[in-house]
Every structure is written in C-alpha cells, then in structure tokens.
Ligand binder design. Structure first.
Ligand SMILES: *[C@@H]1O[C@H](CO)[C@@H](O)[C@H](O)[C@H]1NC(C)=O
Ligand SMILES: *[C@@H]1O[C@H](CO)[C@@H](O)[C@H](O)[C@H]1NC(C)=O
Length: 389
C-alpha cells in the first residue's frame, strides 16, 4: 500500500468514526497481507491495540483472504466493553507447528470483556502436528486454535474452525459466553481435537452448532456452572462429555448443565458423564433432553471407574458425587447391545438418576442397559426397564 492510500484510509476511518458512533479499525490499514504467506501477526496485534484502546465501541474488520498468523495474544482489559471483530477472511496457523512452541495456544483472548467475533474461518493446519504425534516423534504440546481465558460477555457467531492441532475452542475462567452458529471440523482420526472445551466458567451457551472431530464434541471440565447446550449436531467424535474430573484431589464441581435438542451421528459415544476419579468434586443438576442417537456406539454412559493413565486405580473409588441427572426423551439407535451403562462406585453411588422415555434400539430391537450402584426412577423406557435400584 502506498503512503497516500494509507493516509486516505486513515482519514476515511476518522470520517466514518464521526458519522457513526462505532469506531472502525481494519487490519489492512496496518499492513496485513491476505496472501496466506506473509506473517500478519504484528498487523493484527497492532490493530487490536488500537481497537482495544478505543474508549467507544469499535469494529475490528478482517477482509476476505488468507492471513497467516503465528501465536497471537489479544490482551484485555480494553478501554471499551464492546469490541466486535468481524471476519470475512480465513486466519491460518503456521504449518511449522514448532512456531507455536509449547504454550498450547494459537489465538488467545485474555481478560477481555464484551468482545464478539462474527464470521470467519480459523484453519489450525493440524495435519503435520497429528502426523508428528502418530509417528511418535518429539513434538510440541499442540495448540488450541481459539481460547478465551478469564473473559466476560463474549459472543462468537458464525465462526468456522477447522483442523485444530489440539482442541478447537477453549472457554476457561469465563462468565457469560454465547457461541452460536459455529462449524467445527477435523478428521475423525485426528487426536484430541475436541470441539469446544468449557471449564471454570459460568453462563456459557452453545447453540445452533455442528461439530465433527476426532475427540469430544463438547467436553465439560471442573467448575462449570449454568451451561446450556442446545441445537447441536455431533459426530463423528466422542460425544458430549462431563469429565474427565478428579485429576486434582481438590476440585470444583459441575452444576446445572442442560443438553437439549442434540443429535449424535455415528459417534463413539453420546452422553458421557464423568470419567471420574478420587477428588472432592461433584456433578449435579444435569438435564439431557430431546436427544437423538444415530448408530452411536455408547449412547449413554456414566463411569465412575474411569482410570486415567491406569495409575493406582483398582482400589481407588470415585470420590465425585453424582446426583440429580435426568435423561428425558432419548431416542434412536445404538451400534452396540448395551445402550445405557451406569457404572457408579460403591462408596459414592449415583443418586437421583431419572430416566424418562428413553427408547434406544440395537439392530431394530430394544437395546439393553446395565446399572451398578445407581439409584433413581425409570419411566416408559424400553431400554432400561429395571436397571436402577
Ligand atoms: C467494563 O466492564 C467492567 C466490568 O463490568 C467495568 O468495571 C468497566 O468500568 C467497564 N469499562 C467500560 C469502559 O465501560
Ligand atoms: C441454570 O442455568 C441456566 C442457563 O443454562 C440459567 O438460566 C438458570 O438460571 C440456572 N439455574 C440456576 C438455579 O442457577
């Protein structure tokens, strides 16, 4: 861009600013080249600094094209609580996965308030990293594509995320987050490419979203409260999982999670609860409603005997208390004979499990269920007629 063009753009942006009350910032003005080859990390961070420093609401615009971005940390707090990032282009991670080092992040928003992202594609270019892992070579940790740490009032709409090295989107330590109309895609054999991971966060809503990956569709970690998942299509992948929990002996619980109007297609699991091990944590107030299973290997699982890394497990009973879990209107087909499996611990049985109208088939016959140390009520459920205590 010529200097004169640059000045013109700058003047135009001032003009726009005074005509509208929204301040407009365009990454092109900062020299971001949309050729997919020129590193645009610095222009993006410079544009962010201006947007974040604006005292009034601001739109940060990314035009069409491919933008190569190395590790980018968008730091808050900002001087405004209304930064809208509008993306028409694709952000591309470096093909050399060592460029992101061992930090575990590609794009990170830290302590922002009132940030929204609309549109755009994130291409994590994970294939090289997965191959490195598969070959058992010396590889870095792998980066999540998009992370929000300690953020409030976040709205992500219409974003596509493909081929993340590790998890696609992570919501950690956040408050009031809406993710809507997302598309997340990675090959079903790609390792640890979770769709969305939520932990230590309150008031997260995930809606109208399609997730096809090699690991969990959505994974829910300790300290999650008031999570709403509605209108989500999952599969292939490992289902919607609460857990693993109990990695740390002292751990916050998971409370008030609703999973509603969700379809699982050809996934390894459906609704998974709490691959838990010994800890102070708990899981309570979980509602699974109006869920369709299409040829899912393990449609419903509660497993308190899950034993990560097989260390010191056989004598260890889960200390995590599971209670008030409702399964209502779950229909469809299981790819294995046992469609519902509650495997709870003797010391902490699962309490107040409600199974209402669960009708799952295996090869066109009612599927079976198996329950261990679980109390609760079952009504009009073909697949679980006399399973609970
Ligand atoms: C943004 O929100 C925070 C927390 O609610 C508040 O403390 C801060 O004053 C707000 N900043 C602006 C610029 O409105
Ligand atoms: C449970 O979470 C939902 C959001 O998913 C929220 O609207 C509701 O108020 C929460 N209930 C309680 C008791 O906190």
């Amino acid at each position: 861009m010529k200097k004169s063009q640059c000045i013109l753009l700058f003047l135009l942006s001032i003009l726009f600013t005074s005509a509208n009350s929204v301040y407009n910032v365009n990454v092109a003005t900062f020299g971001a080249k949309p050729d997919g080859k020129t590193d645009t990390t610095k222009p993006f961070l410079a544009a962010w600094a201006v947007a974040c420093g604006s005292t009034k609401s601001v739109e940060l615009y990314v035009p069409q094209g491919r933008y190569l971005i190395g590790q980018a940390i968008f730091k808050g707090p900002c001087k405004n609580n209304a930064t809208n990032i509008k993306i028409d282009g694709t952000l591309v991670a470096p093909t050399n996965y060592w460029d992101l080092e061992n930090t575990g992040y590609w794009i990170l928003f830290n302590k922002v308030n009132g940030v929204s992202i609309s549109g755009g594609t994130l291409d994590g270019q994970g294939a090289g990293f997965w191959a490195c892992r598969a070959a058992g070579k010396n590889c870095p940790n792998g980066a999540r594509s998009l992370t929000f740490n300690g953020a409030r009032n976040v709205n992500v709409k219409g974003l596509t995320s493909i081929n993340s090295q590790a998890s696609h989107i992570v919501i950690n330590g956040c408050n009031n987050v809406i993710m809507q109309g997302l598309k997340i895609v990675a090959p079903d054999n790609s390792p640890n490419t979770d769709g969305i991971h939520v932990q230590t966060s309150t008031g997260v809503t995930i809606t109208g979203t399609s997730i096809k990956t090699g690991d969990d569709c959505i994974s829910i970690g300790p300290g999650t409260r008031n999570l709403m998942i509605v209108g989500v299509n999952c599969g292939p992948g490992h289902g919607i999982s609460i857990g693993s929990l109990g990695k740390d002996a002292i751990e916050d619980g998971v409370q008030n999670v609703t999973v509603k109007t969700v379809t699982f297609t050809g996934s390894d699991n459906g609704l998974v609860l709490a691959k838990t091990s010994a800890s102070t944590g708990f899981v309570r107030g979980i509602l699974y409603q109006d869920v369709i299973m299409k040829n899912v290997k393990n449609p419903i699982i509660v497993d308190q005997h899950y034993c990560p890394r097989n260390e010191a497990c056989p004598s260890q009973n889960s200390g995590i208390k599971i209670s008030q879990v409702t399964y209502r209107n779950i229909r469809g087909s299981s790819a294995t004979p046992i469609a519902m499996k509650f495997d709870c611990s003797v010391t902490n049985p699962c309490r107040e499990m409600n199974v209402i109208n669960v009708k799952l088939t295996y090869q066109n016959n009612p599927a079976q269920s198996s329950c261990l140390n679980a109390d609760g009520k079952i009504s009009s459920s073909v697949s679980a007629s006399s399973c609970l205590n």
